[in-house]
Design a protein around this ligand. Structure first.
Ligand SMILES: [Ca+2]
Ligand SMILES: [Ca+2]
Ligand SMILES: [Ca+2]
Length: 470
């Protein structure tokens, strides 16, 4: 018989205070968890021998049906064994795919373990019975349901070291027959209604952007802000509040992300440190030509530490892409508060400049600045670490437990230079206020007044005096 959870919890949670991570469960939560967490090895109906890196194993499952009937609930209990405590905000995912391998349903947060005791809280020596009650829809048009399991923390999945998997760190944990053969007359599964990915206009920077973590340049002030970041699984309002702005010029893409965060945390200092495992970080994913291949991922912590990598295709190469790729990124931050202490903070801002030339096309050639009016596919995310856990949000909801969904990236359109920037010689741009033109000519150039002979004369005078080069 399992020891009571009380004993387990004394072992598992009393120590938590010492490592200052997961907060204590309430008595009600302990009651709900019941015998889902034990210290004694279970005997699953179906044994599995799956190893993840960092000492997490999936050792088997029970299921209460021989075959799955669409529309009727069934229960699967996955058994996890924890050989070592996991750092970072890991969560478990469960994907239900049809016989063709097409993902139909995510059941990531179903069950008491998923709700109360995620992998980021699992303790060394735990055996966890992760019970999930699920139903496949009546339009399930396949004779199989295949269960893919794994652990994710936003941008990355925990590496599957051994055991059946799909090459993208999803364990092929089980496959069950579907009781009712699909009817020949059955309608094909309806497209899940999806809101289109959001759009954002990136204004031309006009004048130089000082990358200093402060968005006090005029161009930032007038640039449109993104829609508020949302829960990436379903597009609902997120617990993490963040918005972004973007600017561009011939040399760089500029991104500013503003994050409200009452507990700003950062510890890592090295380039390409795994920020997502323990620090706060903002993340940019960027697929310039929008084909879902050759895309880039950049993370910046409140300490302006950068992790960057690129992928040939979705999550390939795994698990973290070509991390040896280093963009010539310039990133600075400003923190509103004092990081890494108990005093409540307000948040932080990341300001970065990413040279177009750091981005590579499919042939490995550096990009040049996009044409005005063109669109790149991008997404933005925030990973919020806090005392006892972590959470995340994103600009465009990917609608699955994965950030690597280029098809769901938002659209960023590069607006033409504003009217108050005029070309002054080949390739150069001059901000008019610096020209000290007569005010009437300036207004005229900015399109605020109709040209008048006198105004035109002012412009001509300015040209003659050499302060302006047509
Ligand atoms: Ca600035
Ligand atoms: Ca935080
Ligand atoms: Ca890198």
């Amino acid at each position: 018989m399992n020891r009571t959870l009380g004993v387990v919890l004394i072992a598992a949670f009393a120590a938590v205070g010492c490592v200052e991570r997961a907060p204590e469960l309430t008595a009600a939560e302990r009651e709900q968890l019941g015998t889902h967490v034990t210290r004694e090895a279970p005997q699953p109906q179906h044994a599995l021998d799956v190893q993840f890196e960092n000492g997490i194993r999936l050792i088997g499952y029970d299921v209460d049906v021989e075959s799955v009937t669409p529309g009727q609930p069934f229960t699967v209990s996955w058994y996890w064994r924890v050989d070592r405590r996991l750092e970072g905000g890991w969560q478990a995912f469960t994907h239900l795919a049809d016989g063709r391998g097409e993902n139909r349903i995510n059941q990531d947060s179903e069950g008491v373990v998923r709700q109360l005791y995620p992998p980021s809280r699992w303790r060394e020596g735990d055996f966890i019975r992760d019970e999930q009650r699920m139903t496949i829809p009546t339009d399930w048009n396949s004779d199989r349901v295949v269960f893919y399991l794994g652990l994710w923390n936003g941008p990355h999945r925990l590496t599957v070291s051994s055991g059946p998997n799909d090459g993208e760190n999803r364990v092929r944990a089980a496959s069950l027959p579907v009781a009712t053969a699909p009817s020949a007359q059955a309608a094909p599964p309806a497209e899940r209604p999806q809101t289109p990915p959001p759009s954002l206009r990136a204004d031309h920077a006009g004048t130089a952007i000082a990358v200093d973590g402060r968005t006090d340049e005029a161009a930032w002030g007038s640039a449109p802000a993104s829609s508020a970041f949302v829960n990436t699984l379903n597009g609902a309002a997120a617990d993490v509040r963040a918005t972004a702005k973007m600017l561009w010029d011939d040399t760089n893409l500029y991104v500013a992300v503003d994050v409200a965060d009452t507990d700003v945390r950062h510890a890592l200092t090295a380039r390409d440190a795994h920020l997502w495992e323990q620090d706060d970080a903002v993340e940019l994913m960027l697929d310039p030509d929008g084909d879902g291949r050759n895309y880039f991922e950049l993370q910046v912590s409140p300490a302006a530490v950068v992790f960057d990598t690129r992928y040939d295709s979705r999550r390939v190469p795994g698990p973290i892409g070509h991390a040896d790729w280093n963009a010539a990124i310039e990133a600075r931050t400003s923190v509103r508060g004092t990081a890494n202490d108990a005093t409540p903070d307000e948040g932080y801002t990341v300001e970065l400049a990413l040279p177009w030339a750091s981005l590579l096309d499919a042939q490995g050639q550096p990009l040049t600045a996009p044409a005005a009016g063109s669109t790149f596919r991008m997404n933005l995310y925030v990973m919020d670490a806090f005392q006892g856990g972590s959470r995340s949000a994103g600009w465009s909801p990917t609608l699955e437990s994965d950030f690597h969904v280029p098809a769901r990236f938002g659209r960023v359109t590069f607006a033409a230079p504003p009217a108050n920037v005029v070309a002054a010689g080949p390739g150069a741009a001059v901000d008019l206020p610096r020209l000290q033109l007569p005010a009437r000519a300036l207004r005229q150039l900015q399109g605020r007044v109709r040209p008048t002979p006198a105004g035109l004369e002012d412009v001509r005078a300015a040209q003659r005096s050499g302060v302006m080069h047509p």
